[in-house]
Design a protein around this ligand. Structure first.
Ligand code: SF4
Ligand code: F3S
Ligand code: FES
Length: 232
């Protein structure tokens, strides 16, 4: 099938402002948006810049706005989209080039919540045991692939880029509710600051945007409740 893409192009070294590029490519209906972008880059314009790695919805590197909605380019079939397919970088991050955005601030916030198990009691001889129910408690938030789709669809983040954002809260949830972790106080302290969880106004855009089907707003609510109770 013939597919028309409109891609927002911007090269800070060359362009005063972003502009739309229009491209037509021949694709199979079962091809994904990522296949289309690679066809453009390979056959029509090698200067088109985008991030991708796994091409199978695992690495989280190709999140972008597709027809106005944050999605992973490798997970959306062209046959299911209205044409022309519009492609833009995620909102709220500085554009480095075309679809590549600067995610340094995003990962700096992620590092703030200390995204690793913090040891408390001395290690047992064999392993730290956990019951299936304890594991289940944070199962959903282990699925986050740090794509940034939630944070960049959040109006609270658009209006205040210092807001820690749903992605970091989801990652904090994964460790806060893990029975083996001893870093809860430090994480809750970060999340209780001005730019922490209270900036979330329960808009729900993040739930809609998450390609992993994580109920982001519920995870945020659980963190807020933990803060109000003063314990997990
Ligand atoms: Fe991406 Fe979902 Fe993780 Fe947000 S919670 S970074 S949308 S995988
Ligand atoms: Fe933003 Fe999601 Fe809260 S969209 S305001 S983080 S519910
Ligand atoms: Fe890895 Fe799409 S390229 S998630």
């Amino acid at each position: 099938m013939q597919v028309t893409f409109r891609v927002l192009r911007f090269s800070p070294e060359r362009d005063a402002k972003p502009h739309w590029g229009s491209y037509q490519v021949e694709l199979e209906p079962t091809d994904r948006v990522l296949d289309g972008l690679e066809a453009i880059k390979g056959r029509l314009d090698g200067s088109l810049s985008l991030r991708r790695s796994c091409a199978h919805g695992i690495c989280g590197s190709d999140a972008m706005r597709i027809n106005g909605r944050n999605r992973l380019a490798c997970k959306v079939l062209v046959k299911n989209l209205k044409q022309p397919i519009t492609i833009e970088p995620m909102l709220g991050f500085k554009v480095i080039k075309d679809l590549i955005v600067d995610m340094e601030g995003f990962f700096a916030k992620y590092r703030k919540i200390r995204p690793y198990l913090i040891e408390g009691e001395p290690a047992p001889e064999k392993e730290r045991l956990q019951s299936p129910a304890e594991r289940e408690r944070f199962d959903e938030t282990t699925k986050c692939i740090l794509c940034g789709a939630c944070t960049t669809s959040c109006p609270s983040f658009w209006s205040n880029p210092d807001y820690i954002g749903p992605a970091s809260i989801v990652q904090a949830h994964r460790f806060l509710f893990d029975s083996r972790d001893a870093g809860k106080e430090e994480r809750l302290e970060v999340l209780n600051q001005n730019e922490g969880v209270w900036r979330c106004r329960t808009v729900f855009n993040c739930v809609e945007a998450c390609p992993r089907g994580i109920h982001v707003t519920r995870a945020i609510a659980e963190v807020k409740q933990a803060l109000l109770r003063g314990k997990i």
